[in-house]
Every structure is written in C-alpha cells, then in structure tokens.
Design a protein around this ligand. Sequence first.
Ligand code: CDT
Length: 301
Amino acid sequence: MRIVNVAAAQMGPIQKADSREAVVKRMIALMDEAKKKGADLIVYPELALTTFFPRWYSEDRAEADIWFEREMPNAATKPLFERAAQHQMAMNFGYAELAPDGHHFNTAILTDKSGKIVGKYRKVHLPGHVEYDTNRSHQHLEKRYFEPGDLGFNVWRELGGIIGMAICNDRRWPETYRVMGLQGVELVLIGYNTPSVNAEKSEEGVEKRLFHNRLSVQAGAYQNSTWVVAVAKAGVEDGHPLFGGSLIVDPDGEIVAEAKTEEDELLVHPCDLDATIFGKTTIFDFARHRRIEHYGLITSR
Ligand code: CDT
C-alpha cells in the first residue's frame, strides 16, 4: 500500500472586503485540523485567497490587478507556508498570478512537505466571456482577466506517487485527465468556484449542477484509474452563490468522501495510490488498448 492521507479543505465564501490575511487564518485553521487527522497533503480551492472576482466587471482591466499575486509566497501567504512546513504537510491551492512578464494566469501550486513549491499549473480551459454580457444573470469574466495557461498538464513525483493539477472548468474536459493519465497520474488535485446558478439557463437547478460536478470528476477518475480530489469554494459571496459538494473519488470512480455544507469543511481520506494499479494494468492499460490512429481529430480541430 502507498497511502497518502489527503485533506480536501473546502472553503466557505470570501467577501470582497475580506483581506488576504483573514483568509490565510482560515486556511491555517483548516490545516491545523488536517494535521490532527494525520493529513500528508491539503488541497484548497481555486482562487483560494480572494473572492471569485471574475464575476465583477472592470472597464479598465488593470483595476482587477488588486486581486492578483505578484510573488508566491508573499507577505500575506508566508504564515501558511510556514505552518505547512511546521506540520510537514504538502499543499495545493489556487490564486490569481501576475507574472513578472506582465501575463495574468489562474494558477495553482503544489508544495512538498517542507513548504517548497515543486509544481505550478496555469488553468488551460477558461470559461466565460471577455465583455460585459447583458444577457447573463451574472458575469463570468475569466476570459477578460486571464490568459490561457502556457504550462500544459504536467505531473510531479511527490509523496511517493505521481500527482497532477487542474483548475475548475478543466474538470469537465476528458482531455485534462487523459493527458495526465498518459503520464501515469495517480492523484489529480482540482480546486473550483462554480456558481449555483447557470447564468444562461436560470431554470437549471443546483442539483443538476452538482450532478455534472460529480459526473465529470468520477468519469475522469475511472477512465484514467486515478484518485481525484475536487475542492470547492462555496457559499454566498456578496450575494452570489457558489455550490459546495467537494469530493474525493477513488480510481474506480466511486465517491469516498463528499462535503455536506457550503462552509469551511474538511474531508480527510487515506488514498492508497496502489489502488490505481488494477485499472491501469487491465481495462485502462493505455499502451495495449488505445487506438490513437483514430483519435487525430481531437487535436486537429
Ligand atoms: N471557475 C470556473 O471555471 N467555473 C466554471 C463555471 C462555468 S460557468 C461560465 C465551472 O466550470 O465550474
């Protein structure tokens, strides 16, 4: 057995007025609880340090730079990195990254147990739109504020296994998991912020949206024989509801833990990375069974 004790640290809402320092305190409280439960790794949501700001339109794009981090760690997040090192706990969280060359990304990082950043992922699938859209019940301006990630879907050898990262909308795309699956991924970490209301289909209930969340994550896990941990930022942010439903899914596609609230809530599960071996060597043995001569269309259009 290769057990990684994984903590999925769902976070409740973050209001526009909440400071990074206040949010980091909440993250540390979740980390302390995870430590008591023996976690090796803690996984926080997408854009974990701030409200989900892409719902707010700024005519001057640069005004949104207040939501971006210019370095990581920085003064506000240093206490989180220090506590992770003290607890000997690896971590994954998302933030808005303003790179030194001026590019803007929706980013996630992975640290080792000493708090050193060992992996970085920049969100590839950016949902939403660029300009203010009067037809929507609320805005989703990720395409305005971020550029598509330029790092691809890599994997990292950490914690005795092969770990990958994705962010929110990426979880709905089979290619996300498959590119990592082809690199042998055993544990995929995904943070998300998903509105409870479909801005273009208001009659769609939150139950349908939670179903699509589970469906995407469970399919990705099963079809690539990998653990997947999907962690929400949830609750009502300045009047805008985000659903919860954080999940830990095993390599059979079964849910082994699921959040019940829309608040800060911790799920901890011992993920045996050896449980990925059966699927990877039988029905999803890619080398034996894939027929890539028939898949060309996927990358040509
Ligand atoms: N953050 C994020 O990617 N959210 C999207 C909502 C899409 S609605 C335009 C998601 O796929 O959950």
